[in-house]
Design a protein around this ligand. Structure first.
Ligand SMILES: Nc1nc2c(ncn2[C@@H]2O[C@H](COP(=O)(O)OP(=O)(O)OP(=O)(O)O)[C@@H](O)[C@H]2O)c(=O)[nH]1
Ligand SMILES: [Mg+2]
Length: 244
């Protein structure tokens, strides 16, 4: 539960995002009026991303040479001091000006997590394969864990620091985002969404390997569901969430 904003820690994983990172961090720096820290966790990029971040006075750079989107976020969150953590990609695809609306919603609803959903994006900027994969994963997730989310693969989230400290996350790669939702559902932590807009990547390549990540995400969902206590917890979630 998050009833007030003490400090917001924005954690941004980057791997070769030199053409995207400056716009993302400078927009957050100028636009986000809450007390904040911006932490960039770089996977030893070779295109100058680190040097750009190092040259800015307002960002903290952490180099995490081990590969993995989830691992980078874990490292960043371990170093975060804020009572609210915002995770967002450093690739310029998410509208970072919407951090305010996510945090305001979090406080208003006393939520443990607010996800920015791209499913109501008027530009319909998500690629077809990502859209289909996301829909299928989200349908399974919502059904198994009694949630009402529309975009489980959103990497743009405001999270209670206290809540994330209470769950154990082990997925080092893209399944991290789904594992987090499973653990939050099992703990009965509240998750809600606000709509956001989305843009296609302008620079660099996606690091997502669709097939490998898809298999990892589904096995994470099924393993999570087959855990002993899930069914009882999900019945409670259903009762609680349908009136939110
Ligand atoms: N530090 C670190 N960052 C990573 C790693 N893999 C991906 N990232 C970053 O994590 C974010 C998400 O990865 P993306 O490549 O954008 O994946 P995606 O959002 O599915 O792909 P797009 O549709 O192209 O945006 C980006 O900011 C990446 O630079 C990694 O191994 N280490
Ligand atoms: Mg991305």
């Amino acid at each position: 539960m998050t009833s007030k904003v003490e400090m917001v820690s924005v954690v941004i994983p980057t791997l070769n995002e030199a053409g995207n990172i400056l716009e993302a961090v400078s927009t957050i720096h100028n636009d986000l009026s809450y007390p904040k820290e911006i932490i960039v966790v770089d996977g030893n990029s070779t295109d100058g991303t680190k040097e750009i971040v190092q040259g800015l006075g307002y960002c903290r750079l952490i180099v995490e040479p081990r590969r993995g989107y989830g691992l980078a976020l874990m490292t960043g969150m371990k170093n975060a001091k804020g009572n609210i953590i915002v995770m967002v990609d450093g690739d310029g695809t998410y509208e970072v000006r919407h951090i305010h609306r996510m945090i305001n919603k979090m406080i208003e609803k006393d939520a443990d997590m607010v996800l920015a959903t791209r499913m109501y994006d008027p530009n319909k900027a998500m690629g077809l394969m990502n859209f289909i994969g996301n829909k299928v994963i989200t349908t399974f997730y919502d059904f198994f864990f009694s949630q009402f989310l529309s975009d489980t693969q959103s990497g743009f989230r405001a999270i209670s620091h206290e809540a994330i400290d209470n769950v154990e996350l082990k997925a080092y790669d893209m399944a991290y985002a789904t594992e987090m939702l499973i653990q939050f559902a099992k703990e009965g932590f509240s998750m809600i969404e606000v709509p956001t807009t989305y843009k296609a990547r302008k620079y660099g390549r996606p690091k997502l390997r669709r097939f490998k990540s898809g298999i990892e995400i589904f096995s994470t969902i099924f393993r999570g569901f087959l855990d002993a206590d899930t069914f009882r917890k999900c019945q409670e979630n259903w009762k609680q969430n349908r009136f939110r």
